[in-house]
Design a binder for this molecule. Structure first.
Ligand SMILES: CC(C)(COP(=O)(O)OP(=O)(O)OC[C@H]1O[C@@H](n2cnc3c(N)ncnc32)[C@H](O)[C@@H]1OP(=O)(O)O)[C@@H](O)C(=O)NCCC(=O)NCCS
Length: 181
């Protein structure tokens, strides 16, 4: 399956993506803004290990390669929740640095959110951005998310305590529709 939205295509990961994933994810500017699960440096072995972990459990698809013209440019994951949080999903993402500033992640967030609302029985999609990540915060806002809260001192990244921001959109307030899946 593919999620197609204004020239950006999200598709499930393949083992064939390992080489390119290892190149784009091996960037400290990316890992510095994500949870510690994405190491730096990021090796081909890291890429193979991650793909072999997520591909067998990617049904229904939740881990997506972001592609432009059939070329891998980023990653977007939808994390389903359980227990009392079962009506939420969380999204997380990164883009190859050479593709920043072109609106690609904004489109990918819209596409993934539309997909999540149509595919899962949920009422809310949210993302957590470090407070000092204006590119991610702005992309979420452009995709229709609102900042719900700034959580003080809840991030410890690279030895520094930071604030984070919770952005969300509720199903009733989300209006982008996918042309096809
Ligand atoms: C966050 C990330 C995906 C954004 O990708 P992107 O391609 O730049 O995003 P977009 O082009 O769709 O939108 C970015 C917006 O933020 C703005 N922006 C970027 N850097 C900014 C800065 N330092 N200050 C203010 N605004 C900034 C851009 O101008 C753009 O807004 P505009 O269209 O109104 O001009 C990319 O920088 C990335 O992969 N970062 C590392 C990983 C990461 O942070 N992941 C998110 C974790 S929550």
């Amino acid at each position: 399956m593919e999620i197609v939205f204004e020239g950006v295509i999200l598709r499930p990961w393949s083992v064939k993506d390992a080489d390119r994933l290892a190149v784009i994810a091996n960037n400290k500017k990316i890992s510095d803004n994500l949870r510690d699960g994405l190491p730096n440096p990021y090796s081909l072995s890291d890429a193979h290990n991650w793909l072999s972990t997520i591909i067998p459990i990617n049904d229904p698809p939740r881990f997506f390669a972001i592609t432009m013209e059939n070329y891998l440019v980023g990653s977007l994951g939808i994390v389903t929740k359980d227990d009392i949080y079962v009506k939420n999903v969380e999204i997380g993402y990164f883009l190859a640095e050479e593709y920043w500033g072109k609106g690609i992640i904004t489109k990918a967030i819209k596409a993934a959110t539309a997909y999540a609302f149509s595919r899962f029985d949920i009422v809310r999609v949210y993302a957590e951005s470090f407070a000092d990540n204006p590119g991610s915060r702005r992309a979420l806002e452009k995709a229709g998310f609102a900042c719900e809260a700034v959580i003080k001192n809840n991030i410890f990244k690279n030895g520094v305590v930071k604030d984070s921001c919770i952005y969300s959109v509720l199903k009733e307030n989300f209006f982008y529709k996918l042309p096809r899946i």
